[in-house]
Design a binder for this molecule. Structure first.
Ligand SMILES: [Zn+2]
Length: 73
């Protein structure tokens, strides 16, 4: 399976916006198909990502649903 990456710039660094505060973002990287959050702190505080969660590329203006990254669509 092809490694998940941004379809535009091939970056593997993304972020999602906080559900309750859209100005708060959570950075993550996709490593071996798994989402790895970059922030330190309690992993239980990391946001839950659903297939439909909107992910934003950390390098370009691409954004799309998580399933497009993790399922290689
Ligand atoms: Zn990108």
């Amino acid at each position: 399976m092809e490694e998940a990456k941004c379809p535009v710039c091939a970056s593997r660094k993304f972020f999602v916006k906080d559900e309750e505060d859209e100005f708060e973002v959570h950075d993550f990287e996709i490593v071996g198909g798994e989402v790895v959050f970059q922030e330190s702190g309690d992993p239980a505080e990391a946001p839950r990502l659903e297939d439909g969660t909107e992910a934003y590329c950390g390098r370009c203006s691409w954004h799309g649903a998580m399933e497009r990254l993790t399922k290689g669509q």
